[in-house]
Design a protein around this ligand. Structure first.
Ligand code: V4E
Length: 220
């Protein structure tokens, strides 16, 4: 299991110019994401994000009881970084989602073995797609080990940059944040406001009730 430490940023033509001059473009691709939840938002109200991307299932979960330093000892911009566990094993995803949703599906449990092809587990857990969009992503490196910069353009008109470091579970989150801070400096990324990601913008525009529920629960 990996942990993704990430800071989003607003990018401009200038950021792109800087990236193209000091970084290396390592990838350009397109992918379609579908996000799933129950009608009561059981997953996202717990900040859990279930999605299908390029035929593979992924679940992003917040770190349980992450031992953060008291806020006055943390660099101010650490608050701009998020860190989530990324689970990509379908059987583990199914177990976790089932625990959260607590659907009474005991009768059917024995016969439910989720597979990439058979999506009947979704309806058994009352899960439906609430958001889908296609992203065009350009990825860059800056020479700093393990740091990737993604420039995302979503098909509904939102663009956002992300500085990302992947670490193993139990790895050094603060070191990852330090690397992100250095990369942000090199790129001239400043500002102390959280930047809306693709999903936040999507929910605001197309799922206002869902968005309001997540705001009330302080998930977003
Ligand atoms: C974790 C999360 C969501 C799921 C989508 O995650 P995100 O990293 O924004 O998407 P993407 O396409 O860049 O995934 P990647 O390719 O990097 O795996 S939607 C909302 N969240 C929580 C969240 C938050 N509360 N605040 C911020 C700034 N970002 C994400």
């Amino acid at each position: 299991m990996t942990v993704e430490v990430e800071r989003k940023f607003v990018f401009s033509a200038e950021t792109l110019e800087t990236l193209e001059s000091i970084g290396v473009c390592v990838d350009q691709r397109q992918f379609h994401d579908q996000y799933f939840d129950t009608p009561e938002f059981n997953l996202t109200l717990r900040d859990m994000w279930l999605r299908k991307r390029k035929g593979c299932w992924e679940l992003k979960c917040p770190m349980a009881n992450s031992a953060e330093e008291p806020s006055e000892e943390r660099p101010a911009d650490a608050a701009l970084c998020t860190h989530y566990k990324e689970i990509s094993s379908l059987s583990e995803i199914y177990q976790r989602v089932k625990e959260v949703i607590k659907v009474d599906c005991e009768d059917r449990e024995a016969e439910t073995t989720p597979s990439q092809e058979d999506c009947s587990w979704l309806s058994k857990l009352n899960l439906a797609c609430f958001a889908e969009f296609t992203t065009t992503r350009r990825s860059f490196t800056l020479g700093e080990e393990g740091v990737k910069i993604d420039l995302d353009q979503a098909d509904f008109g939102h663009h956002v940059g992300e500085i990302e470091v992947l670490i193993p579970e139990g790895g050094d989150v603060q070191l990852a944040q330090e690397k992100i801070r250095n990369a942000a400096k090199k790129l001239g990324v400043s500002g102390d406001e959280r930047v809306d990601g693709k999903m936040t913008t999507y929910l605001k525009r197309y799922r206002p009730e869902h968005y309001a529920a997540l705001l009330r629960a302080r998930v977003l």
